[in-house]
Design a protein around this ligand. Structure first.
Ligand code: ADP
Ligand code: MG
Length: 616
């Protein structure tokens, strides 16, 4: 063993840099966060060679006085917190005081800043040398700060080797800028790469301006197929845009979640969102969303990770439940007629924002933006039942669910709309095409419906309703199944015995580390119930809730629904088609079939006119 030596400041910083500075994108994140913490309303980012040659970020924030510049570059030096109590209420993005020191130890860094508005000189600090001495000299700069980082990792070749192509590094860097741009609509951002301007985002304060920024950052297609949601309980609020299930993605690449303005990736949040989309997304597809959670800072611990990508919620279960139920409700309410980004159809949650109307998805209450309450009124999207004199059929009697829905012909026919009666959202049937599609006319133009997909969703939702009324049929196992588990799992199973019972599963504690399954839902007869139980217990321990049993039961209903729905090539009469359209308007989640495919689409008169070059 050699003698113990104190690390040189530079080496200590380089070790810390290992955690904070992984690639050019991490530099941009830290420096941009500093600008935002300094109250900047405009930041300009200039990058060369994917950021490895140069990153220059200029802001119009508070700036720093000359004597503070060397401190800014020192490790464990911060102006943001002074005590442990501050840490518990921290509102700034940074607080660890190590970013600039770390970056300075693995690059050529200069800091130019001015904290005065009176036209006086600013100063410039460059940090070099083994002991990281700082050279200070006067330099012109308006109020604000410019941070210049050249030749990242020039002195740490091992790190430099891990850098990918210029394009890949730039993509990561751009992603960081996008996230921060979505976190602060009130700040202007510009991004240049190799002299070319790629983004120039103006500050926005109104809802329309915010929406424009989201469309710029996430693509206009997302905005056209997204719902705006806003739910608030005392001390917690969730708002933002969620993609319709028909806008699902093959990768989880369009998911932004902010907690008190900080972008995070969190298992608990991811699970809650996934659970909310479970019933409407095809297996393996990922939802798209831009969501903002706001809660008392004391309820979240942001100091769990050096880059602060993860957070810890004090009451994780309550947060999980709140996110899940807000999104679940919003998605269930999507019906034909909700036409978020499109024509002016019925006002849905997504559309109301233009008029400053917001729908509280938890209570159905409609509020004027700015918090003024108009009292509880029915959500407009729900008032379909009275259109055209059509009445929703009562939920099927026990055991009859399949029979009743199978035969559309005998269900109900619809009188033609008389004068003065409004056309229902999906309009009236005109014809059937190839035995697959229904063509209908509504106020906007042509409606096309995939008959089988639509019927499948209706059948499925009815089967679920029937199940919730009849209860789940369950049967005792001839030979009860013993399952070896941990003590913690035994405890959790004991606490949730009622939950299991409600889903048709009887699980009893058989010993300190063993459970026994006595009864299971009839329809899960052929499933691996032991694995299911283990998975449910794992969910309960981690998230406080689990939807796996319902998930399995739903899957079986979904298969039944698929087999019980009108097949292609079946001729339907006009009244039958109209009945199907009315059922779609009545049914939750009827915009997508059970596999997340769309069930209908609209071709507006304008779009048709365009096709035929009319009115040019
Ligand atoms: P932290 O952000 O955790 O405090 P940093 O190393 O990122 O640590 O920054 C150190 C300090 O330098 C900050 O606390 C702040 O006082 C100052 N600083 C850094 N960047 C800026 C900036 N763009 N404008 C004003 N002050 C800055
Ligand atoms: Mg910082």
């Amino acid at each position: 063993m050699s003698r113990i030596l104190l690390l040189s400041p530079r080496l200590a910083n380089q070790i810390a840099a290992g955690e904070v500075v992984e690639r050019p994108a991490s530099v941009v994140k830290e420096v941009l966060e500093n600008s935002l913490d300094a109250g900047a309303t405009r930041v300009d980012i200039d990058v060369e060679a994917g950021g490895s040659k140069l990153i220059r970020i200029r802001d119009n924030g508070s700036g720093m006085a000359a004597q503070d510049l060397p401190l800014a570059l020192a490790r464990h030096a911060t102006s943001k917190i002074a005590s442990l109590e501050d840490l518990e209420q921290v509102g700034s993005l940074g607080f660890r005081g190590e970013a600039l020191a770390s970056i300075g130890s693995v690059s050529r860094l200069t800091l130019t800043s001015n904290d005065a508005d009176d036209g006086s000189q600013g100063s410039c600090a460059a940090c070099e040398g083994r002991e990281m001495e700082v050279q200070l000299k006067p330099a012109p700069h308006p109020r604000g700060t410019t941070v210049e980082v050249r030749d990242l990792f020039f002195n740490t070749p091992a790190r430099r080797k891990f850098l990918r192509t210029e394009k890949t590094e730039f993509n990561h860097l751009e992603e960081v800028v996008k996230r921060l741009a979505l976190s602060r609509f009130d700040v202007a951002f510009s991004l240049r790469h190799n002299g070319r301007v790629l983004h120039n985002l103006k500050p926005g304060h109104s809802q329309a301006e915010r929406q424009r920024r989201v469309a710029t950052v996430c693509g206009p297609a997302f905005m056209e197929q997204a719902l705006y949601i806003e739910t608030e309980l005392p001390h917690i609020k969730l708002w933002g845009w969620v993609g319709l299930p028909t806008f699902s993605r093959s990768q989880a690449d369009l998911q932004y979640f902010f907690v008190n303005g900080r972008v995070i990736r969190d298992r608990l949040v991811a699970h809650a969102v996934k659970q909310a989309y479970r019933d409407v997304l095809y297996h393996g597809r990922h939802p798209a969303f831009v969501l903002y959670l706001e809660l008392d800072p004391a309820q979240v611990d942001v100091n769990v990770h050096p880059t602060k990508h993860e957070v810890r919620f004090r009451d994780g279960r309550a947060v999980h439940n709140f996110i899940f139920s807000s999104l679940h409700r919003a998605l269930a309410d999507v019906r034909p007629g909700d036409n978020p980004g499109g024509t002016d159809g019925l006002r849905a949650v997504g559309d109301g924002v233009e008029d400053g109307l917001l729908v509280d998805v938890a209570t159905g209450e409609i509020r004027q933006q700015g918090g003024l309450s108009l009292g509880a009124q029915p959500v407009p999207a729900r008032g379909f039942a009275d259109y055209g004199g059509y009445r929703a059929p009562a939920a099927p009697a026990p055991g009859q669910a399949m029979e009743q829905v199978r035969d559309y012909g005998r269900l109900h026919s619809l009188p033609d709309a008389g004068d003065g009666q409004e056309v229902p959202p999906l309009g009236y049937a005109l014809a059937q095409l190839r035995g697959i599609y229904i063509l209908a006319e509504n106020a906007h133009g042509l409606v096309l419906v995939d008959m089988h997909a639509a019927h499948e969703r209706i059948t499925y939702e009815r089967l679920k309703t029937a199940r919730s009324q009849e209860g789940i049929r369950s049967q005792p196992l001839l030979v009860p199944r013993a399952v070896a588990v941990s003590q913690r799992e035994v405890q959790v199973a004991g606490e949730h015995a009622e939950l299991f019972r409600g889903l048709g599963m009887v699980v009893e504690v058989a010993g300190e580390e063993s459970l026994v399954i006595r009864q299971i839902p009839v329809s899960l007869r052929d499933s691996d119930v032991e694995q299911l139980l283990r998975d449910v217990l794992a969910d309960l321990i981690e998230f406080g809730s689990s939807d796996r049993i319902e998930g399995h039961l739903d899957e079986i209903l979904s298969t039944m629904a698929c087999h019980g729905s009108v097949r292609a090539n079946r001729r339907l009469t006009i009244p039958e088609m109209n009945a199907l359209l009315r059922d779609m308007e009545e049914t939750e989640r009827s915009g997508q079939c059970n596999h997340g495919r769309p069930t209908w689409t609209q071709l507006s008169i304008e779009e048709l006119d365009k096709l035929f070059l009319r009115g040019r």
